[in-house]
Design a protein around this ligand. Structure first.
Ligand code: ZN
Length: 105
């Protein structure tokens, strides 16, 4: 394996085009990466909120067994739905977001 000494270690960011030391071709600079993660997080939060509202609506619509315990389990189910959907949506969104996102911030 050839040594990387002497190779250029500076490449343009694929989003903003700014040359950053230590960046390899086809990568994003740290600022663009953070901006992309924040955008994906906001999008995932909105999707998760919608999913939690749908879950709460479904649980409110159907009769819950167990009285108070049933309502507690329904609340836990809504919370778990929010957290799981947010995590999954964030992972998917960061892969599927188009380049040059967040330039209007
Ligand atoms: Zn960049």
């Amino acid at each position: 394996m050839p040594s990387r000494a002497g190779w250029p270690t500076e490449a343009p960011c694929i989003d903003c085009g700014k040359r950053t030391e230590g960046l390899l071709l086809g990568e994003r600079c740290p600022m663009c990466q953070v901006r992309r993660e924040r955008h994906a997080g906001r999008l995932a939060g909105r999707i998760a909120l919608g999913a939690a509202v749908l879950m709460a609506g479904y649980l409110a619509w159907r009769p819950l067994p167990g009285g108070t315990a049933g309502r507690v389990y329904a609340g836990v189910a809504v919370l778990i739905t929010y957290l799981l959907v947010r995590k999954i949506a964030a992972v998917i969104a960061i892969q599927l977001l188009p380049d040059h996102t967040g330039t209007t911030e």
